[in-house]
Design a protein around this ligand. Sequence first.
Ligand code: URA
Length: 240
Amino acid sequence: MIRLDKLVSAAGGVSRQEARKRILSGAVTVDGAVVTQIDFKIDEQRSAVAMSGSALTYRQYRYFMMDKPAGVLTATTDRDQRTVLDLLPEELRRLKLVPAGRLDKDTTGLLLLTNDGDYVHRVISPRHNVPKVYYAETDGMPNEADVRRFAEGVTLSDGTKCLPARLELLPDQAACRVTVREGKYHLVRRMLASCGTPVVTLRRLSIGSLHLDKMLKPGDFRELSDAEVQAVFLDGAPQN
Ligand code: URA
């Protein structure tokens, strides 16, 4: 059960205050009858709610992908710097979305945002083994010996031991693809730096079987379909 003003606000994309105004003005119906009581309790699975004649569909959890641009923090708020949440319109900021995993300030590409805390946990926890694929441009070209080191698990300069990862060389390019299944701080940058080929640009291409939508421009976002929400847990990446 959910309060009518909460449902109207979330499903109608308006503030709680605006939702209350609309309810009091008689614009909202429940199963065809006008309801003006703002704390009226609704069974969101069964009742048909409409505002000004348009049906409102309430979903408790929402999932979005963003093509994160460079120069923006993966955080919900920051005193000084722009965050990925600042790129969303007001009606989506009200949903209390959080990033499911981090990208560094200068890393671009696929970032998930949701208000489903369990989902965030499943995406980032190494226990769930979700592969994340990155495209990196590097200063210098990684080589076959690096591919083997990645497959065995790189040991970083501070002694941190990484899980086995996949390094794919791209012929004749100072660039590569890296697949990791954990989320350590600056992981891909540190792994490639340890091969003597530091990252110049880094972009996340996929999480599980979910690929960044190529139609999105930097800073754009869109809601995921139910199948895409689950695709994150389907292993699209080859094992090492
Ligand atoms: N690894 C990094 O080094 N940076 C990211 O943003 C993600 C993975």
